[in-house]
Each structure stands twice: as C-alpha cells, then as structure tokens.
Design a protein around this ligand. Sequence first.
Ligand SMILES: [Zn+2]
Length: 268
Amino acid sequence: VPELPEVETVRRELEPWLTGRRIVRASRVEAPPGPKYAELERAAGQRIEGVTRRGKFLLLPLSRGDELVVHLGMTGAVLREPPAGHVRARLDLDKGEALYFQDARRFGRFLVVRAGDYAALPTLRALGPEPLDPAFTAALFASRLAGRRTSIKAAIMGQRVVAGVGNIYSDEALFRVRIHPATEAARLSRRQVARLRDAIVEVLFESLESGGTTFRDYRNVAGGEGRFVARLAVYGREGEPCLRCGRSIVRIVLAQRGTWYCPRCQRG
Ligand SMILES: [Zn+2]
C-alpha cells in the first residue's frame, strides 16, 4: 500500500511532466460509480498548475480554481504508458500524451473538487502535520499523541497525528526505537516520543532515497519498482531472524492490520 515515500516519488515524477500542461479530455474508464471519481470530467480544458502532496494525497491545482485529487488507495498507479488492465481514469493531455490511472482493487480515488474544498474527503481535511516538514518537532508530535488511548501503531497510522505514515513505516520506525507496537500511545515517555519522531523522519527519508517500497503492487509513473524492500527490517519478515538480536520476527494483527515486530527488542 503506497505511503508517503511512494506517493512523494510519484509526485516528483509527475511535477516536471505535468506542470503547465493542458488537459484536453478527462474520462472515466471502467470506473466505479460514486464519489471516488466525482466531477472528473470537469478537468477538461484546464491547465495543470503544479503537483503537490498532503499525506498520501496528490493535489493538482487546475487553472479554473479546481483541484484534481488523487489517492492511490491500495493498488493505484499513475502511469505514463497504457497498462494492460484495470484502467479507471484517463487524462488526455496536449501534445498527444496521456496519463492513465490504474487500480486493480478499486480503493483509489481520482476526482475533481473546488480548490481546498475537502468536504467529501474527511481524511484529507483532518490530516495531521507533514513528517518531512521541519515544523514536525518532537513537541508537536507529543501534543498530537497526548490523551490517545489507542496503540501507538494505530495512532501513527490514523493520519491525524502525523500524515502519510501507514503500515510499513510505522512497523519499521517502532522497531528502530524498540517500542512494542501495542504500547498505549499516551503512555510513551517524552524521550520515547522524541526518538520515535526521529525514527519516522529517518525511515521516510531513507525510503524516499530508494524510490519507496514495492512489496506487491506499487509502481512509479514509469512503471518501475521501489527498492527500499531490500532494507525492511521487520515488515513482512515473519519467522526470519531479527537483524539486531537474531530472534524470530513475529506477526500479530493490530488495528486490523498485519504488524511485525521483534519480541525481544520490542518488549510490551
Ligand atoms: Zn531483536
């Protein structure tokens, strides 16, 4: 499932390609009815003014005051070449080029809203701070965690405490600082919160340098895979030895998601 490093990798590819380009036609292709592709056709005739990102959302401001909002969901990909199947939307651009939105599992979104009007996108409206922004300090992180009775893993993944971190990078960051993922968020010490903030920022930057993680489905705009999968320490490594102590990595289900940790390094 694409998280911040994957979405930011896509953004960096799209920005030089799309900025200033005119959308000739915007069309649904095998798109499910309903709000996920709302008002898409309205993008036609507008110019793309930039490619920005908030959390796991790509935001493309358009020239007539609209905004194209793209969320990759679980299996979404924004591609420059026509893929073999599961195309849900297509943008025809000037100079005869096109952009394809592929999504096998249909959790993705590709819609047009008035710029900044996220009434139909409650997750986007309630997003927490951007972790790669210098304003994401330990003090800010601590204030967002205060009073949260859920597990620290669920708190990180919930998007309101910090934007863009999901299953992979929450497991990896918690391993780095030896915190058990089921620890109640509000019970972390000030020192643990500060170290966890640093670990989140570090793992996101490192993955970004590797073009993100392709565990199964993630592809960049050129159709390539992220290379950070080779550097995952716990995620998806059930039964394999901990890189630090040798004990077998364990998988549990937490907040309805597979969660991997080392039972020796990360004691409850
Ligand atoms: Zn260990």
